[in-house]
Design a protein around this ligand. Structure first.
Ligand code: BG6
Length: 480
């Protein structure tokens, strides 16, 4: 483990992402002892001219979880400083560099190194100028070693061409090991569990393929709309916001082959390979929806075709998955808030219980809320009659791991950036293939060739999506 000065610079410090996710995650890391106060300094940077205390007061309310936290919050806030400046001119970045250097000099020890982590909580349009400024004015220059890393978050472009453009601009300034592309789904407990589940359990190995699995669903639901984010959302839509990144990352971990080892590059190599096997998406395997009232937002044009809901089938052309539909489903303003993976097995051949049987085996991994995994099995209904019933083998985290606090995705991922572990970050070639998969469909949607069907907020989404699910082979199971 490295020692020495650690400077964490949050650019876009007064924005929503910084307030709601980045600073709270840093605070939790601090409270748990992962950020030592004699080593770390946190800088907020943004255009607004405010004081250190103004910034502290703005973020304070997002940090406290209970009254017991008050002291820790105050200690943490003392580590936070503020520098103001624009995102594309030297002055602010020179001032930022001086502020960082000052802290590095006063704390530097001969065995210490200087580490600088730049977290871009900013819209991607300013990534290139900001990266250029960091590269010119704010790199770690310590003779004692150390590093400079940058953290960026989606949207990484709007399609293959714009994403590649962004990647080359950033890539001309920083090497891949310095760039951490966050997809916060990779920091969720049950997403991190997928590799263990698949490759540390003998019972799954022979079953995890087209011979036994009928279909896979990866589902994201939110019971609220785009409130306050209409302007951003309308430019992107649900496919770019959720499916092309969060759900596709989950698909990779479900479908990829076993990596050579747990080394980040070995894992990311396998993810790229499985993405390369995804075939182009057909329009008749896509249903788009838009909830009624979405265009009431003044920042959304009245004639917007942007989907707030999508169900689609991805097909993987390889030996393991040929013929198995991967159904990706995401919707805003629908009937519940949930993210889950449903792996449905084929019917039992030559089934002697056919007339009494309740349904198929299904393995469900619930990412949120209330993390759980459960397996639907057919068992004998207890009693004198020979009746079959569907029941569950249930591993619910709140029961099984009582009292264990599950870390927030951002907490874990920021810790990884400090430790230099890129396993849970998206590599440049992975991002490129992800865009290759979706760009043709996205262009057809942008041109109005694929239309969004209206649905009622709070409903299940368009009925056509359920019909698509059925066509893809999904059979509704009983129980929960
Ligand atoms: C973000 C999307 O990446 O993920 C949001 O931009 C979405 O639209 C959010 O609400 C969902 O994250 P989580 O962790 O609440 O499932």
């Amino acid at each position: 483990n490295e020692t020495g000065c650690l400077s964490i610079i949050v650019l876009g410090a007064s924005g929503d992402l910084a307030k709601k996710k980045t600073f709270p995650a840093l605070f939790n890391l601090y409270r748990q002892g992962f950020l030592q106060s004699n080593e770390v300094h946190i800088f907020g940077y943004a255009r607004t001219k405010i004081s250190d205390d103004d910034l502290r007061n703005r973020i304070r309310g997002y940090l406290t979880k209970s009254a017991d936290d008050d002291e820790a919050v105050s200690e943490f806030l003392q580590l936070v400083k503020y520098v103001s400046g624009s995102y594309d001119t030297p002055e602010g970045f020179q001032a930022l560099d001086e502020a960082i250097a000052k802290h590095e000099i006063c704390r530097n020890t001969t065995e210490g190194t200087a580490r600088r982590l730049f977290y871009l909580a900013l819209p991607p349009s300013v990534y290139p100028p900001v990266c250029r400024m960091i590269k010119t004015y704010c790199m770690n220059k310590s003779d004692l070693g150390g590093w400079t890393r940058i953290v960026v978050e989606k949207p990484f472009g709007k399609d293959l061409a714009s994403s590649e453009q962004l990647s080359s601009e950033i890539g001309s300034l920083f090497d891949e090991p310095q760039i951490y592309r966050i997809d916060h789904y990779l920091g969720k407990e049950l997403v991190q569990n997928l590799l263990v589940l698949r490759f540390a359990n003998r019972m799954f190995l022979p079953l995890w393929n087209r011979d036994h699995i009928d279909n896979v669903q990866i589902v994201f639901r939110e019971d609220f709309g785009t409130e306050g984010r209409g302007g951003y959302f309308d430019e992107y839509g649900i496919i770019r916001d959720i499916i092309q990144n969060h759900l596709l990352q989950v698909l990779c971990l479900i479908a990829m082959e076993k990596p050579v080892s747990l080394k980040p590059e070995h894992i990311r190599d396998e993810k790229v390979k499985v993405l390369q096997s995804v075939v182009p998406i057909e329009d008749d395997e896509v249903v788009l929806g838009q909830y009624e009232g979405y265009t009431d937002d003044p920042t959304v044009p009245d004639n917007s075709n942007t989907p707030t809901f999508a169900t689609m089938v991805l097909r993987i052309h390889n030996e393991r998955w040929e013929g198995v539909p991967f159904i990706m489903k995401a919707g805003k303003a629908i009937n519940s808030r949930k993210a889950e993976i449903r792996i449905q097995f084929k019917d039992v051949p030559g089934d002697i219980f056919r007339s009494k049987k309740q349904g198929r085996n299904e393995f469900v991994i619930r990412l949120q809320p209330s993390e759980a995994m459960y397996m639907k099995l057919t068992v004998k209904q207890p009693g004198l009659e020979m009746q079959c019933v569907q029941s569950e083998l249930d591993l619910s985290y709140t029961q099984r791991y009582q009292g264990v606090v599950i870390p927030e995705a951002y907490e874990r991922l920021i810790l990884d950036t400090i430790r230099g572990d890129q396993q849970h970050f998206v590599r440049r070639d992975e991002l490129k293939v992800a865009w290759e998969i979706f760009t043709p469909l996205l262009h057809r949607i942008d041109n109005g060739e694929v239309k969004s069907i209206p649905y009622k907020p709070g409903s299940r989404g368009p009925a056509e999506a359920d019909a698509l699910l059925e066509r893809a082979g999904y059979v509704q199971t009983h129980g929960y």
